[in-house]
Design a binder for this molecule. Structure first.
Ligand SMILES: [Zn+2]
Length: 196
C-alpha cells in the first residue's frame, strides 16, 4: 500500500535566531563585527510517506529572514540621531572624557571611533581626528556649507567634520554629538552591530 500524508502548520513567533560571524578588520579594540538575523517561520509542511511498510517522513519550513531592530532611543537621542539635532556644547557626556576604549553608534552599535583618535578641541563636543575605516559617511549638510557625518551602517546623524584647522596631525575634526555615540571601555565586549 501507499500512503501519503501532509501536515501543514502555521507558526508564529517561534523565531529561531541565526548568527553569522563575519570577521571584520577594525583597528584597536573594535575586533570582529557580527551580523544577527532572525529567521521567522511562515509555514511548516510535515510529510509522511508509507510505501509498502517503508516509512519516510520529512519536514520543510519556509522562513522569512528579518534583521534585528535598532536600539531603542530616548526622545533626546531621536532628536539628534534621527532628526539631525545638536546637543548643547560643554554639557554633554563625552566632551571632557578621555578614557581608553571604543565609541560605537548609539543606534546600531557599529564601532565608529577609537579613544586614540579623541582629542580636546575646546569646541564643547567630543572631537576625533580619525574614524574606523568605512565606519563614517560624509554628506554635504542641508546648509550647503558644512559636511555632515553619519553612521555608515544605519545612517544615524553623528555631527559634522571640519578639515584644515591644524588642530592635530590628521588635520581633521569630527565634531560628534555625545548622544549619537556610546563608550565601551577597553577590555569590555563590544555589542554586535545591528542591521536594518
Ligand atoms: Zn549606526
Amino acid at each position: 500500500m501507499f500512503e501519503l500524508k501532509f501536515f501543514v502548520s502555521q507558526r508564529h513567533w517561534a523565531a529561531a535566531a541565526a548568527t553569522t560571524h563575519t570577521p571584520h578588520a577594525q583597528p584597536g579594540a573594535a575586533g570582529a563585527k557580527e551580523k544577527h538575523e532572525f529567521r521567522e517561520p511562515i509555514l511548516t509542511v510535515n510529510c509522511y510517506i508509507d510505501y509498502h511498510g517503508l516509512e519516510m517522513s520529512f519536514r520543510a519550513t519556509i522562513y522569512t529572514i528579518k534583521g534585528i531592530e535598532m536600539n531603542k532611543l530616548t526622545p533626546q537621542e531621536e532628536r539628534v540621531i534621527l532628526h539631525k539635532g545638536t546637543e548643547a556644547p560643554f554639557r554633554n557626556e563625552y566632551d571632557e572624557f578621555f578614557a581608553d576604549g571604543t565609541f560605537i553608534c548609539r543606534r546600531c552599535n557599529a564601532p565608529l571611533f577609537s579613544s586614540e583618535s579623541k582629542f580636546n578641541s575646546g569646541c564643547g563636543w567630543p572631537a576625533f581626528d580619525e574614524n574606523y575605516p568605512n565606519a563614517v559617511r560624509r554628506e554635504t549638510d542641508a546648509d550647503g556649507r558644512r559636511t555632515e557625518i553619519l553612521c555608515a551602517n544605519c545612517g544615524g546623524h553623528l555631527g559634522h567634520v571640519f578639515l584644515g584647522e591644524r588642530l592635530t596631525n590628521k588635520n581633521t575634526r569630527h565634531c560628534v554629538n555625545s548622544l549619537s555615540i556610546r563608550f565601551i571601555p577597553e577590555g569590555k565586549e563590544i555589542p554586535p552591530t545591528l542591521h536594518e
